[in-house]
Design a protein around this ligand. Structure first.
Ligand SMILES: Cc1cc2nc3c(=O)[nH]c(=O)nc-3n(C[C@H](O)[C@H](O)[C@H](O)COP(=O)(O)OP(=O)(O)OC[C@H]3O[C@@H](n4cnc5c(N)ncnc54)[C@H](O)[C@@H]3O)c2cc1C
Length: 473
């Protein structure tokens, strides 16, 4: 029997479940269809499990260096089974939390694979959702007034580089490793590749990163890429930029060997495993897009600024529409879409206000334009940069690498971008985000009196440095 809803959300990942909660708050009768687990990639194969492993790696690496703090620990050992157990517990706790939130919001959750149908006896418009239930029961037929597609993404690979799950893996398999390899080649030095490089190196794995671009973290400010590369190399990570991996040269025999073209020469790299982290592709297959007029370009669903597709009652949010594939972006897109459905006239998201983070050691965080982007856009820029080595709290922490860099407009004094490398910068970046949202000038940031000693003083000092007025450097 068909069931009627105001809204059905296809996919219960970060985008989908947050949209459902907002809809419930607005009194919209909502259902979520999820074929895997509520929480999606972020909770089960992304943000949370990777950060749990990164934290264990950091504790291990720091404990080995504890003598620097005058603390002597004998016989530091790593038990990777326990590391994985800890990760699993955190994920499970949060998973239960999301399930509870669905119940609290009286949101119906269908465990199964949803597919959009074309015009049918249920509705003259495309959008009825047929759900093939995971428990093998008879398909459910959901008839909603509106639909949000939030089916997310999955790892991409290079043509010819097949993921076998044993020698050649993606972050999906890496998160489930039962045993650490002795060595690994990471293809791709973007956010995911660099987080894994940093983590595995801290766990004692020999790491080689092969990056096609001329620098790692190519979407970050150039100074940031340079600093992270320098610091990771100091820790013994082999980073090769301008490296074009040649999938056809892959050999698998008790490990992997692959060649990459580097500076006009072919070089071979060998390791126990290879992790491919070259981006993520949208989950657009098998969801019935062919039954609609929805437009897909370069593999991503196209929408307007309120996330309406060509079918104005069908919205799409999160990784499936491309752009910044981040959890906080997916959830905010979900909120905007729901508020638009509710006729609340939400403001479109300004993507230049969104903070991006990398949870390597040291961490990286940024918001707004890089120096290069600002110049390309024709701004006359002034730059303030302040190193953590001149910040007391960073020295106390024993983590004084990195800096805060502020890019400002020389003519208007606008804060165009903030770029950070260093301890806990992923927690510090929100001050920069707020400053941009409130249109604060570097002067206003600097005149917010920052408590001493804190890492956040680096932000205030960098703001002073924009006009050559930094105090401690
Ligand atoms: C290793 C890794 C680390 C990451 N770390 C971070 C981080 O630190 N911070 C950050 O902001 N982002 C991070 N991300 C990115 C983040 O996970 C994604 O941006 C986010 O999960 C996108 O949310 P979403 O709701 O669009 O999609 P997803 O979370 O992928 O959810 C989509 C859901 O839809 C379901 N689904 C798909 N098709 C159907 C169907 N036909 N019927 C029913 N259900 C369906 C899937 O099972 C899935 O649960 C990371 C990603 C990875 C891979």
């Amino acid at each position: 029997m068909a069931k009627e809803y105001d809204l059905v959300i296809l996919g219960g990942g970060t985008g989908g479940y947050v949209a459902a909660i907002r809809a419930a708050q607005l009194g919209i009768k909502t259902a979520v269809v999820e074929k895997g687990k509520l929480g999606g990639t972020c909770l089960h194969a992304g943000c949370i499990p990777s950060k749990a492993l990164l934290r264990s790696a950091e504790v291990y690496a720091q404990t080995k260096e504890s003598e620097k703090f005058g603390v002597f620990v004998n016989d530091v050992k790593l038990d990777f089974v326990k590391v994985q157990e800890r990760k699993g517990k955190i994920v499970e706790q949060l998973h239960k939390g999301v399930q509870h939130l669905m119940k609290k919001g009286k949101i119906d959750v269908y465990e199964g694979t949803g597919r959009i149908l074309g015009p049918s006896i249920f509705s003259p418009m495309p959008g009825t959702i047929s759900v093939e239930l995971n428990n093998g029961g008879e398909n459910e037929m959901l008839v909603p007034k509106n639909v949000i597609i939030a089916t997310g993404s999955r790892p991409r690979t290079l043509p010819g580089l097949d993921i076998d799950g044993e020698y050649v893996i993606t972050s999906d398999e890496a998160l489930q490793l039962e045993k650490l390899p002795a060595s690994i080649i990471i293809v791709g030095g973007g956010v995911i590749g660099i987080e894994w490089a940093s983590m595995l190196n801290d766990f004692g794995v020999e790491v080689t990163v092969l990056e096609y671009a001329d620098r790692i973290l190519p979407t970050e400010d150039r100074d940031v890429s340079k600093e992270v590369e320098k610091l990771l190399k100091q820790r013994g990570i082999n980073i090769v930029t301008n490296a074009k991996v040649l999938p056809e040269t892959l050999e698998k025999r008790n490990g992997v060997t692959i060649k990459a073209e580097h500076k006009g020469e072919q070089k071979a790299f060998t390791a126990e495993k290879m992790l491919v982290s070259v981006g993520r592709q949208a989950n657009i297959e098998g969801i019935g897009l062919e039954n609609t007029d929805i437009i897909v370009e370069k593999g991503f669903i196209q929408t307007n600024e309120f996330y309406q597709t060509k079918e104005s009652h069908i919205y799409a949010i999160g990784d499936v529409i491309g752009g910044l594939q981040l959890a906080h972006v997916a959830s905010h897109e979900g909120i905007v879409a729901v508020e638009h459905i509710a006729g609340q006239n939400p403001s479109p998201i300004d993507y230049t206000m969104i903070s991006k983070c990398v949870y390597s050691r040291p961490e990286v965080a940024s918001v707004g334009l890089t120096e290069e982007e600002a110049k390309e856009k024709g701004y006359k820029v002034k730059v303030g940069k302040f190193p953590f080595k001149a910040i007391g709290k960073a020295l106390v922490f024993g983590e004084a690498d990195g800096f805060v860099k502020i890019v400002a407009d020389e003519e208007t004094n606008d804060l165009l971008g903030v770029h950070m490398v260093g301890p806990h910068v992923t927690d510090m970046i929100s001050e920069a985000g707020l400053a941009r949202v409130l249109d604060a000038t570097p002067w206003e940031v600097a005149h917010t009196i920052h408590p001493h000693p804190t890492l956040s003083e680096a932000m205030a000092e960098a703001a002073l440095a924009v006009d050559g007025k930094a105090i401690h450097f």
